[in-house]
Design a protein around this ligand. Sequence first.
Ligand code: AHR
Length: 334
Amino acid sequence: MLNRRNFLTAAVGVAAATGLAACAKEDDSPAGSTSGGSKALVLGFSQVGSESGWRSANTDSVKSAAKEAGYTLKFSDAQQKQENQISAIRSYITQGVDVIAFSPVVVTGWDAVLKEAKAKKIPVVLTDRSVETSDESLFVTLVGSDFTDEGRRAAKILEKVLEKAGHKGAVKIAQLEGTTGAAPAIERAKGFKEVMEADHADDWKIVVSQTGDFTRAGGKQVMAAFLQSNPDINVLFAHNDDMGIGAIQAIEAAGKKPGKDILIVTIDGVKDGFVAMSEGKINAIVECNPLLGPQLMEVVQKVKDGETVERWIKTKEGDFMQDQAKAALPTRKY
Ligand code: AHR
């Protein structure tokens, strides 16, 4: 995964990849449509799936930004399966696209296919999620959020939520994790734990933690089981809004009040999350912005043109408490 040290390798990685891009342009015959006599840039994009409201907004953003930029977009939905993403990337390599972009479902297991892209001189841009690799030159840059920081922010905002609720005594936390092995699941858990262990070792405890696969159905099912095994849970930290919304249904079905009996912090900030927050059922949301399309297209163009780009282009995000929800709702873009 990316860290600050890796940032320093950007120039080298980009130089290598942009050189590769230039070769690809000469050697390959990209399948782009022509406009005004010049070939449109061809971008192969492999999306994780359609597991959440965040993902739908991200897909819409990528598609509309590619259209706006005049690129030929080859898009595939991997349905949360790594093997589908690897097949899609292989197909883009065979087709000789100009640039490949993808949001990796999990962090490990990419080196082989990324080496195939490198061998064919096709630069790879990561978006949303990062990978773990032994060879940093296998991708040019990541356009996406700092998930570890999102986890830290979730813990910090929980401090405010507890204070506002006048909570006294032990904080018994249930954690709904994202997809096992995915960067946001690993890093959000890490950031949250970091703050918890540093500042709340005596009073906070994660009593139960399991994946809900970033889906509403997963969140509902796992929360129902949590409530059976640990009926004294008083906080829920869900790695995304969708799992939080599913959990709310399970909490209500168990005869408890979400946002009161169980204080809830989620990540994303999709419209449905804001609706639940304005109804008093979610106490705070840490934003993770899915509207990455325009930034991604800019980077793709720069990579194709041989320009230097930063190793990690981070997304700007905010945090929201319940009392801000009603005012913010009408202006939410996703
Ligand atoms: O990678 C971003 C995460 O993936 C979002 O937080 C989640 O909703 C999505 O499924």
